[in-house]
Design a protein around this ligand. Sequence first.
Ligand SMILES: [Zn+2]
Length: 315
Amino acid sequence: MKKIFFIPALLTLSLNTAFAQEGEKLTKQEIQETEANAEAIDTIDTRDKYTKIVLYKNFTWSYVELDRPNISDEDFQDDWDSESIHAYKDVPLSEIPEEVDLCLTDSLHSWACPKIGQVNSGFKFRRYREHKGTDIQLNTGDPIYAAFDGKVRVVREVGKAGGYGNLIVLRHANGLETYYAHLSKHLVQENDLVKAGETIGLGGSTGRSTGPHLHFETRYMGKPFDAERIFCFEKGELRDTIFTLKKHYFNINSHFGQTDKESQAASEALVHVIKSGDTLGALARKYHTTVKKLCQMNHISQTSTLRLGQRVRVR
Ligand SMILES: [Zn+2]
């Protein structure tokens, strides 16, 4: 019998098309035999992760080309640095544009929600420190997907990325960066090109973490903003194809769900650094607010002890 190669995509075509040979017609039985023999039984990786070898039941094989990321190395020249976790360290906020349109997806570039799940904590001031990401619940070992096509800028093992634990940072062609922290395993290496939806690591609880979750950050020119402005993690949806990033979004008090006016006002929030003798009552009087409001804004109770150097939001 004739050996017929075909790639899995062709399996979905009608047999008449797949087997059409000039001047020849296969019987129904021959078609069934050929179909059974050409069944893929194994896939072997090659040195190029987008090329696989597929082995068929009839001892034939073929190369299968998977979709490659639709980007090139030239998209990633600007401030490329794998030595430090955060890029653009020396760029002050004043040098960042007031507004920038980021194209997140189009007909050539897809997207994927890094992890669909419940959000346990968002972009906010939390327990006296800025929580710069979104915490998404998961089970250790769950696959974590690249949000967009991109290039791996940073891969860090536990102990080399502070509280992040096992960390991956991807740079995308539009300048956006996405951070994936507390992973149990990395599946990519620095400088790899990755495709949206590719599994880049497995979820875990490494670093400063009290239980398995993904800490996901979005940054532009090194500055974090609320990742929930881009994704609805609960539904696994991208909120829009083009995202307009505004400068006031970089403030820890600016978050998804606010109007621009509210975000602007929140970004002008004032923080007081606790000095000797400061009390909540004294702060409330000084900043024309109430102890109750201070407690709400800072997620503390009226009996909390203020520490020297503690940053307390007063507006
Ligand atoms: Zn977190």
